[in-house]
Each structure stands twice: as structure tokens, then as C-alpha cells.
Design a protein around this ligand. Structure first.
Ligand code: 5GP
Length: 206
């Protein structure tokens, strides 16, 4: 019988502009024992982004050196830049029974599923490509050529949505947050993650 606590590893994917950061910011205020992994990236920092909060912004040389030293769990190139999940703390958090969220694209998601078969994957679905385009234009952080490239990548990402355990529509933010929270709550109660309680409760009876 399993007596150790088992954390929950969640992959959150969705096209650029689907609202992953906004949903996660809200979720973080509602769910305890949550860790959102901060990735490394070689892309330029957007005006509102903070080092160590949204990403660790590193040079290509730094990224490649970390890769060579086995410090990166999975990585991808997206729109000409490297993005990668640092290895350091994921397993430690899971061993403490925490819920860990990786905000990564579809290729990285496939790597993580192979490494952690018990992970749960969620795809955040925009209502339409038109709305996605409007959101990307509205945030004023990319020029029109960059937006076009992100929309082209979005079509490819959408074609992988069927590989995910859950699809959460993000038309109305509150509904998306509430759906995502429901997934976290239900997945935390799966027997594979709660089996440690059986022995705990048996041991507590005197
Ligand atoms: P953005 O430039 O919009 O912040 O991110 C572009 C894409 O890269 C998003 O789909 C985002 O989820 C993904 N991404 C961010 N960090 C990682 C990572 O560490 N690994 C992978 N595979 N994708 C990432």
C-alpha cells in the first residue's frame, strides 16, 4: 500500500493569447499548495513581465549551457526562441504532495506525458481564432508579423488539443477559472494521490 503523498502535476497549454497567465493568476488566489513552475526563455522580456515571476530571461549561450549540464527537464523552440522547464524543484514539490503547474506548449506537453504518465493535461481553448487575434493585437506586445506567426502556431497547437485530458473554454474568464479549479479539486482526490490516507487513518484509530 502506498503511504507517501503524491503530488499532482498539471500541464496547461493553449495558444498564445488564450489567457493562460490570467487564468493561473486567478487560480493561485483560490487553490492552496500550488506551485507554478517558472520557465527559462531566450525571448525578450515584455514591458510588464518580471524576472523570476513570468520567466527567467536568459541568453542563448546560458540556455544551451544549462541544457548541456542536464538542468532542463524539457524544452522547445517556439518562434525562434528557446523555452525550457528547469529541473530543479518539480520532483521535490511533487514529493511534498503539492500541485505543480507547467505552462508549456504542445511539444513540451508530449515530453512531460512520457516522463510523468500520471500527469494531467489541460488545454485552454479560445472561443475563435478571431478572438485570439483581437487579444494578441490588444495586448500591444507584438508587432503584426509576430502576431501572424503566433496565429499560425496557434492553428498547429489547436490540432493537438485532442491529446489533452481536458479542454477548458476561455470565453468568460470566471467560468474558465472555475472549470480549471474543479479539475484540480477532482484530480487531487484520485485514489492514486490519496492512497496515503488509508494507512494514516488506520494508524490513527486506537
Ligand atoms: P510566450 O512567448 O507567449 O510567453 O510563450 C510562447 C509559448 O511557449 C506558450 O505556449 C508557452 O506556454 C510556451 N512555453 C513557455 N515556457 C515553456 C517551457 O518551459 N517549455 C515549453 N515546452 N513551452 C513553454
Amino acid at each position: 500500500m502506498r503511504t507517501n503523498r503524491q503530488g499532482l502535476l498539471i500541464i496547461l497549454s493553449g495558444p498564445s493569447g488564450s489567457g493562460k497567465d490570467t487564468v493561473l493568476n486567478e487560480l493561485a488566489t483560490l487553490v492552496d499548495e500550488l506551485e507554478i513552475s517558472v520557465s527559462l526563455t531566450t525571448r525578450n522580456r515584455r514591458a510588464w513581465e518580471k524576472e523570476g515571476v513570468h520567466y527567467y530571461f536568459v541568453s542563448r549561450e546560458d540556455f544551451e549551457s544549462r541544457l548541456a549540464h542536464g538542468e532542463i527537464l524539457e524544452y522547445t523552440t517556439y518562434n525562434g526562441n528557446y523555452y525550457g522547464t528547469p529541473k530543479t524543484r518539480i520532483d521535490g514539490w511533487l514529493a511534498q504532495g503539492k500541485t505543480v503547474i507547467l505552462k508549456i506548449e504542445v511539444e513540451g506537453a508530449a515530453h512531460i506525458r512520457a516522463l510523468y504518465p500520471q500527469c494531467v493535461s489541460v488545454f485552454l481553448m479560445p472561443p475563435s481564432l478571431q478572438v485570439l487575434a483581437q487579444r494578441l493585437v490588444g495586448r500591444e506586445s507584438e508587432n503584426s508579423a509576430e502576431i501572424e506567426r503566433r496565429l499560425a502556431i496557434a492553428r498547429v497547437e489547436l490540432s493537438h488539443a485532442g491529446e489533452y485530458d481536458y479542454i477548458v473554454p476561455n470565453d468568460i474568464l470566471d467560468y474558465a477559472v472555475s472549470d480549471f479549479r474543479a479539475i484540480v479539486r477532482a484530480e487531487r482526490q484520485r485514489t492514486c494521490r490519496k492512497a496515503y490516507m488509508i494507512q494514516q487513518v488506520l494508524d490513527s484509530t486506537g
